[in-house]
Design a binder for this molecule. Structure first.
Ligand code: SAH
Length: 675
């Protein structure tokens, strides 16, 4: 079956119709899935295996047959562990059809077809009885249905249903229990992902402060979890205000309730400061004794030597609705609210606690719109004073008192900066709070449908863009600015200044400390052959003719440079988008030994001839080649299909050749590398 899917091209802005194979979606899902990352998670796998062995033994010791229900079997891994541990029979339930098919193949290949039945259903559809999917209820419940927030993938309703309909009373569960931990912190860096800080503008007629509207100050934000690799957050970027405390735990061997509820703990603050953020993570005990424990605790809680890198489970950052000053030794109450799928927090001072009944149980809803328009990194970017400073310096160079500015960017503060820095009239965005309605005009038109009457028959003397668009996923998608600039050409004055005047694409070969795992084949996992899964992922990655680069925020994923950064393409915004392709071919020398996992690509915007903002590599911090990246942006990562390890090769390649092409019709950048 073929389906036509309409979408706006993120770079050109054009509406296009793509002919999609029905398999397209699942290839995407598998290619970008976390299955490989889970199979590489040694710590998780070992502990599941230990827990499953212990559960099977306990059941056998009671003289019962061990009947296992594995909900969300994926590759079939946990069922194969159970069968190897001596389980009599396993029901392996998997809702995602391509995975269920893969599980059948993997189970067969490993010789467990007589012990494991794969059921391609959602667990809530599974039937029990002589004619049912399961002959009888199971007495061992095994699952791995957790996300970074623990419950975000629907573990609670799934457990609730399973206890009612699919397992025996008093069953064994692996994991046996999950516990959620919290710690209260102050962090300017993390708080800057949630609130807009005042921006100070040094204008000719004195200092101006851009403030955010009061709705925004008091807005509880959005309920979506902020999950990050907290182990990459240096301790200098936050202040710990409380000890680690247990917020709540769930016993999976007993009936589970998924209905909304809340949990309250009393905390004694160990330091004075501003309570802004709740950091949270969880652990799972694979057995009732708690001796087989798999924890997501960050480095300051757990010795770094015991840290297992993983990307499928990280840590959570929760923003309190408002910052609250606290004093050392003070008692405060922290409440966790949860519904079936998400968690949010509220802090109360002890003395308010007695008389104020708690009413807020609904999940946070953004009232100010900003949290819907800007995601967390975007808040961080807008709050970056150094970046704002670059824009201010460049605006001061180009603006004159009679400048007519047109700004093309999503949710940008540039129009306000431009106004304060002296532009006569600025067209497009920002808010009532700064009382600029009469100075800044918002044009609700796409660039190609802009007319002279929108512009009151004036010609644009300064065309501005950060550029930033919410539809951009890969760095070069912001080249939409160039297309928009091309579309408004007839409204531009002959001596128009375009800011940024140009952009450049940069590239560097890197060795990742860990990120390579997410795209690397597993072979065997705890002795089970999972190559079928490897082949399936490879097949999905190759599904599109050209392998694509993927976006990753590299501040969270350490890597070292193996080559110098190289400028590969430039885009001149002073001219319109060309008709012909832009391409670059060449080679980069490998300067260091290491594994060439892939190339990283990023954009630099040249605001004026001598002022630039960089969305990628900010520094190579030492002679080992460790890289520092812009913390607000995702960079593009192109994983090489085979990894060359210069440590083990005698004649290791000294250079990587590349061919990179920008197609102005599609806005796509394709690339090819040879080692
Ligand atoms: N058990 C495997 C895979 C875990 S990933 C392992 O540990 O390696 C979780 C899997 O559960 C996904 O494949 C997802 O499709 C599936 N899943 C989630 N909820 C489910 C449910 N209620 N019923 C059936 N499958 C489910």
């Amino acid at each position: 079956m073929k389906t036509f899917c309409g979408r706006a091209n993120p770079t050109t802005g054009a509406m296009e119709w793509l002919e999609e194979d029905e398999s397209y979606d699942y290839h995407q899902e598998i290619a970008r899935s976390r299955y490989a990352d889970m199979l590489h998670d040694k710590d998780r796998n070992v502990k599941y295996y230990q827990g499953i062995r212990a559960a099977v033994s306990r059941v056998k010791e009671r003289g019962e047959k061990a009947i296992v229900l594995d909900i969300g079997t994926g590759t079939g891994l946990l069922s194969m562990m159970a069968a190897s541990a001596g389980a009599d029979f396993c029901y392996a339930v998997e809702v995602f059809k391509p995975m269920a098919n893969a599980a059948v193949k993997i189970v067969e290949k490993n010789g467990f077809s007589d012990k494991i039945k794969v059921i391609n259903k959602h667990s809530t559809e599974v039937t029990v009885g002589p004619d049912g999917d399961m002959q009888c209820r199971a007495n061992i419940l095994v699952t791995e249905l957790f996300d970074t927030e623990l419950i975000g993938e629907g573990a609670l309703p799934t457990y609730e249903h399973a206890h009612k309909h699919l397992v025996q009373e008093g069953c064994e569960a692996v994991p046996h229990r999950a516990t959620v931990y919290v710690q209260l912190v102050e962090s300017k860096r993390m708080w800057s992902w949630n609130k807009l800080f005042p921006v100070c503008v040094e204008a000719e007629d004195g200092e101006k402060i851009i403030v955010s509207p009061s709705e925004m100050e008091n807005c509880p934000g959005v309920p979506s979890v902020c999950d990050i690799q907290l182990n990459q957050m240096p301790s200098s970027d936050f202040t710990i205000l409380s000890d680690v405390v247990t917020m709540f735990s769930v016993d999976f061997s007993k009936p589970v309730r998924s209905a909304s509820t809340c949990y309250r703990v009393q905390l004694e603050t160990i330091k004075s400061g501003k309570a802004q953020i709740v950091l949270s993570w969880w652990d799972i005990d694979m057995d009732p004794s708690g001796k087989i424990n798999c924890t997501m605790a960050p480095y300051w809680v757990k010795p770094t030597s015991a840290l297992q890198w993983r990307d499928h489970w990280m840590q959570c950052v929760y923003f309190l609705p408002n910052e609250e000053p606290v004093f050392q030794g003070e008692n405060v109450y922290l409440t966790a609210y949860r519904d079936e799928y998400s968690v949010w927090y509220k802090l109360q001072k002890a003395r308010e606690e007695e008389n104020k009944a708690d009413v807020r149980v609904e999940s946070p809803v953004c009232r100010c719109q900003a949290h819907l328009l800007w995601n967390r990194p975007r808040f961080g970017e807008l709050n970056d004073q150094n970046r704002t400073c670059q824009y201010m310096k460049s605006l001061m160079k180009v603006l004159k008192t009679d400048s007519i500015c047109l700004c093309i960017s999503d949710g940008s503060l540039l129009p306000v900066l431009a106004h304060y820095l002296g532009a006569k009239q600025v067209l497009l965005a920002f808010l009532k709070a700064n009382h600029l309605e009469d100075k800044i005009k918002i044009l609700e038109a796409r660039p190609e449908s802009l007319t002279s009457s929108h512009l009151e028959d004036k010609k644009i003397s300064v065309l501005l863009g950060e550029p930033f668009f919410t539809t951009s996923l890969l760095p070069w998608h912001n080249l939409y600015f160039w297309y928009a600039r091309t579309a408004v050409t007839m409204h531009l004055a002959s001596d128009v200044t375009v800011l940024p005047q140009s952009a450049s694409l940069h590239m560097m070969i890197v060795e990742f400390q860990d990120l390579w795992r997410i795209r690397s084949p597993c072979g065997t996992c705890e002795g089970f052959d999972v190559r079928t899964m490897d082949d399936m992922i490879k097949n999905s990655l190759d599904f599109r003719e050209s392998k694509e680069a993927e976006p990753h925020p590299l501040w969270e994923y350490p890597c070292k440079s193996l080559s110098d950064p190289q400028e590969v393409l430039t885009f001149d915004f002073r001219r319109t988008v060309p008709q012909h392709d832009l391409s670059a071919e060449g080679s980069v020398n490998l300067l260091r030994k290491g594994k060439s996992h892939g190339a990283v690509l990023w954009m630099e915007y040249h605001l004026t001839a001598d002022i630039s903002v960089n969305t990628g590599l900010t520094q190579i911090s030492n002679d080992k080649g460790n890289c520092e990246w812009n913390p607000h942006c995702k960079q593009a990562v192109y994983f090489f299909s085979s990894v060359i390890d210069s440590e083990t090769q005698t004649d290791f390649p000294s250079a990587v050749t590349y061919a990179i092409n920008f197609n102005p019709k599609t806005g796509e950048i394709t690339m090819d590398f040879k080692l």
